[in-house]
Design a protein around this ligand. Structure first.
Ligand code: AMP
Length: 174
């Protein structure tokens, strides 16, 4: 298994993407390397601790990559939280603002049963707006959110505070 330090040295900083002033954390070098990709999934899966997770919820779109891998590894189901207009069935919706713009996320109304144990996963925690919206959707479905886990956390943006959850984990902090 690779180390978190090796993951760190393979994240590519792209200045001014997708807008001037944003330092974009590009995770594609990790995805393209079999060992690093596996390590990123393993480290995220470990954040669930000993709790048997029913479903791993991933946030559109990079969150899907990690959440699906974690779900497979820990033997849980996978549920997508998607940008507005992508899910075909009845949905719950939540508006949110992010580091560069505004959007709406949705979840299928029947995707999670009341009381199911959920691990919420995304690639990166910036302001926390996206994950907070996903958290609200899950609470509306009476889910039991066991933890909220990110590969990357941009600590200066204080997104953790927005999530108001005791178990927020990140593998790499900047
Ligand atoms: P936020 O809602 O502000 O926490 O933004 C988190 C979402 O936006 C995540 O799904 C990320 O994929 C994306 N994101 C925000 N800022 C960055 C960044 N600097 N680099 C890469 N992705 C980012």
């Amino acid at each position: 298994m690779s180390t978190a330090a090796e993951l760190d040295s393979n994240i590519r900083d792209v200045p001014d993407f997708p807008k001037p002033g944003i330092l974009f954390k590009d995770i594609t070098p990790i995805l393209g390397d079999p060992k690093l990709f596996k390590t990123s999934i393993q480290l995220l899966a470990e954040t669930a601790g000993d709790t048997q997770i029913d479903k791993v919820v991933g946030i559109d779109a990079r969150g899907f990559i990690f959440a699906a891998g974690v779900a497979h590894l820990i033997g849980a189901g996978f549920v997508p939280v998607r940008k507005k207009g992508k899910l075909p069935w009845t949905t719950h919706q939540m508006a949110y603002s992010l580091e560069y713009g505004e959007d709406i996320v949705e979840i299928h109304s029947d995707a999670v049963k009341p009381g199911e144990k959920i691990l919420l996963v995304d690639d990166l925690l910036a302001t926390g707006g996206t994950a907070a919206a996903a958290t609200k959707l899950l609470k509306a479905l009476d889910a039991d959110i066991v933890g909220i886990s990110f590969l990357i956390e941009l600590e200066a943006l204080n997104g953790r505070k927005n999530l108001e959850h005791p178990h927020v984990h990140s593998i790499l902090k900047y």
